[in-house]
Design a protein around this ligand. Structure first.
Ligand SMILES: [Zn+2]
Length: 257
């Protein structure tokens, strides 16, 4: 039986870091924590797991972390950096001989059906395509021995799903946390929070705002994620207030349930 934990599969913003076409100082590239794949997180329960988002780096992320099974999937919203790896879920559909359970808000289910139309089409036997069992996001997702609470936050004008399980929460792609979600994010040991870049952003918390919200929520430890190349990991970490650090790809966080 595995321990309950979260793995940051990807700590990067939509471009990933390094960004294509940009030349970086050798010292920046030498730190592997400055190499950030697209945003995704895995919740590992005692008997199974929940994958949160499927960006274009999904395959590499799962191989890197030796993840052999995915029980269920939550799509926080359908921007490209969160869904463009969904085709790779095909391997798990084939492994289990059944469609994979995918939770997404109804408006996002329509996007998934449009982008991955072939996953819902008829094919002759022997043709392998992913199959998705799309479900509305319930208040609590029961998976792998975990009760994962879902919270609605705003990502610019769009809703986005945040989650809380035990003393841990993951709030990615957020520009506003409504009062109800704020009240359900109290008393955390660990919070993983969007802090996309230094400059303000209409659809994301930027650095200063993320610090404000992190201090307001008062988790014992906050990790910033969805990070652009603004952040040189070790340098920024040394300047952040106590209890706030940058996440990095492969970060493992124990969860108390
Ligand atoms: Zn994103």
């Amino acid at each position: 039986m595995q321990t309950t934990s979260a793995i940051v599969l990807g700590s990067g913003t939509s471009t990933g870091v390094p960004v294509l076409g940009i030349e970086y100082p050798a010292e920046f590239l030498a730190n592997r924590k400055n190499h950030r794949t697209r945003p995704s997180l895995l919740l590992q329960g005692p008997t199974g797991n929940l994958l949160i988002d499927c960006g274009p780096d999904l395959r590499d992320q799962l191989l890197r972390e030796n993840v052999l099974d995915i029980e269920q999937v939550l799509i926080t919203h359908t921007h490209a950096d969160h869904i463009m790896g969904m085709d790779d879920l095909r391997s798990f559909c084939l492994k289990y001989h059944q469609p994979l359970r995918i939770y997404a808000y109804e408006q996002y289910q329509l996007d998934i059906k449009r982008v991955f139309a072939y996953a819902f089409a008829d094919f002759p036997p022997g043709v392998e395509v992913p199959r998705f069992d799309l479900q509305e996001v319930p208040p609590i997702i029961k998976v792998g021995g975990l009760n994962v609470e879902t919270l609605r936050v705003m990502h610019g004008p769009l809703p986005c799903v945040a989650v809380r399980v035990g003393d841990f929460a993951y709030v990615t792609d957020v520009s506003e946390i409504p009062a109800e979600a704020m009240s359900r994010l109290q008393g955390l040991k660990t919070l993983v929070l969007d802090a996309v870049r230094y400059k303000p952003h209409p659809n994301h918390f930027h650095f200063d705002r993320a610090i404000e919200v992190a201090l307001q929520l008062g988790a014992k430890q906050t990790y910033f994620t969805h990070l652009s190349h603004d952040y040189d990991h070790d340098k920024v970490n040394s300047e952040l207030p106590a209890g706030i650090e940058l996440a990095f790809d492969g970060l493992r966080i124990p969860i108390g349930t």
